[in-house]
Design a protein around this ligand. Structure first.
Ligand code: 5AD
Ligand code: SF4
Length: 468
């Protein structure tokens, strides 16, 4: 095990890293064996699970959708908040029982929690029934670990400062129409509440050439939409020499002609005018931007280390709304950050009232061991934090509903991606602005972009019919 000391993570080496392509092992050694994978957390983890599944299927494994039928159970974990951590240990409890009945089943934990020293220590002390723990920096080694898995608990976690190992197109992608494309790994922002820079390591951008090749390849395979992925996509290229910045990358991706391009997540701090120009210029760059606010109080933003003021955020927000036609903007907000007063919270509500977001992910602050905020005085009672979250959500939901009402009777281009679970006569898909629409139409339209007339607008989704 080679985990970095959290205190030293900020004094990162600035040397450029290499991206090393590996050839995934292919064998039928595990043919007939079954795997179950459970993914917690963000899109980055979802995409990592696509890589893990691809590697396992190369070894002969088949996927099953319950842990009860599996020979190996993989938990791809998230560390961002305490409740994600609790859910993982809850599920592990069930796996432990299962293992009493089915001795041969292997339990594997990976993802962000595996990069936390305190979690690894807890596993070494109390969860020895786990067979393998591996981190976010050595997913490509999974086939080797499985082929040589010894008895007892094996911990294979690497520091997050080194080279990046990629597995080419060995992903088992969840969809045939929409795909995730990593453009960079890690984060150097060190917002004071956030564990990501510690678990995911420093910012490392992939070469634009490799990203464009992947997009071309997806387009050839018939993918309609790609989402460029990074913890902080507008920092793309800062660590590269003689390569593109994010706006330039976005433009090059747009020129491939792939039908829809999205990107997550943007940091308001270095969201440039050049980026806004490119988003406005190309029709295949979707007018949907996730722009985390976190707080509307300048005092709290400073304590969070967010690098912008409420005024700068609003200025950017208004610039995007003016320049990008019909843009939808969503956000992330944390309530109950250490020392947040009622006044600070009202500042957040004011910004929310002004922005009238299309949607928001709202969270109660969760103390993460090792982050600077964990040392700040956190004396606000939970009942107050919960009450603030409730008040915030009421306003967010009313705005989301108001925004959705504007779609009523309009025609929207909807990429139809799947069958509706509630109604077998419907497909579901997304507008250019990322609104979920349930559409009454022929099932043969799956995978196409249809003109849909919106017939009903609800708080969290729209209903529609295909227009001929
Ligand atoms: N507590 C609560 N929310 C957090 N987030 C990140 N770290 C924490 C934390 N310690 C939220 C932020 C971020 C989103 C992905 O998760 O809002 O944008
Ligand atoms: Fe965390 Fe801030 Fe980096 Fe986002 S930008 S991953 S909140 S440190």
């Amino acid at each position: 095990m080679n985990l970095p000391d959290m205190k030293q993570a900020k004094s990162r080496n600035k040397e450029s890293v290499e991206f090393i392509y590996t050839n995934p092992v292919k064998t039928d050694k595990f043919s007939g064996k079954k795997y179950f994978i459970k993914t917690y957390g963000c899109q980055m983890n979802v995409h990592d699970s696509e890589e893990i599944s691809g590697l396992l299927e190369n070894l002969g494994f088949n996927e099953v959708n319950t842990e009860l039928d599996a020979d190996i159970i993989i938990l791809n974990t998230c560390a961002i908040r305490e409740n994600a951590h609790d859910k993982v240990f809850g599920f592990l409890g069930r796996c432990k029982h299962l293992k009493k009945e089915k001795k041969d089943v292997k339990i594997i934990l990976c993802g962000c929690m595996a990069q936390e020293r305190s979690v690894v220590d807890e596993i070494l002390e109390k969860h020895k029934y786990i067979d393998l723990v591996f981190g976010t920096h050595n997913i490509h080694e999974l086939p080797n670990y499985l082929m040589n898995l010894g008895e007892g608990l094996n911990v294979e976690v690497k520091s997050n400062e080194g080279n990046v190992f990629e597995v080419g197109e060995s992903f088992k992608r969840d969809s045939k129409y929409t795909a995730w494309v990593n453009i960079m790994y890690g984060c150097d922002k060190f917002c004071t509440y956030c564990i990501v820079p510690f678990t995911r390591g420093k910012e490392r951008s992939r070469k634009s050439r490799d990203i464009l090749r992947e997009v071309e390849c997806l387009k050839e395979k018939g993918y309609k939409e790609i989402t460029l992925l990074g913890q902080n996509v507008n920092a793309y290229g800062n660590d590269l020499v003689d390569d593109l910045n994010f706006a330039e990358l976005l433009e090059s991706v747009a020129k491939t002609g792939i039908e829809r391009i999205r990107f997550v997540t943007s940091h308001p701090w270095n969201f440039t005018d050049e980026m806004i120009d490119i988003i406005a210029k190309y029709e295949n760059i979707m007018p949907y931007i996730h722009l985390p606010l976190q707080s509307g109080s300048n005092r709290i933003l400073k304590l969070m280390g967010r690098r912008y003021t409420k005024e700068e955020y609003l200025n950017l927000y208004n610039k995007i709304k003016t320049r990008v036609k019909n843009a939808a903007i969503t956000t992330d907000i944390i309530v109950g950050f250490p020392n947040e007063t009622e006044e600070d919270f009202l500042d957040t509500l004011n910004v929310v009232e002004e922005c009238k977001y299309d949607g928001a992910f709202t969270f109660i602050y969760s103390k993460r061991e090792g982050t600077p905020a964990s040392k700040m005085d956190d004396s606000i009672p939970l009942s107050i934090k919960e009450e603030r979250l409730h008040r915030l959500n009421e306003i967010i939901n009313s705005h989301s509903n108001l925004n959705n009402q504007k779609y009523l009777n309009t025609i929207q281009k909807v990429l139809l991606v799947g069958k509706s679970e509630k109604d077998e006569n419907k497909l579901y898909g997304y507008t250019e602005t990322m609104k979920l629409v349930n559409v009454t139409c022929d099932k043969s339209l799956i995978g196409t972009i249809a003109n849909v007339k919106i017939t009903e607008a609800k708080s969290f989704s729209l209903d529609g019919v295909v227009e001929n």
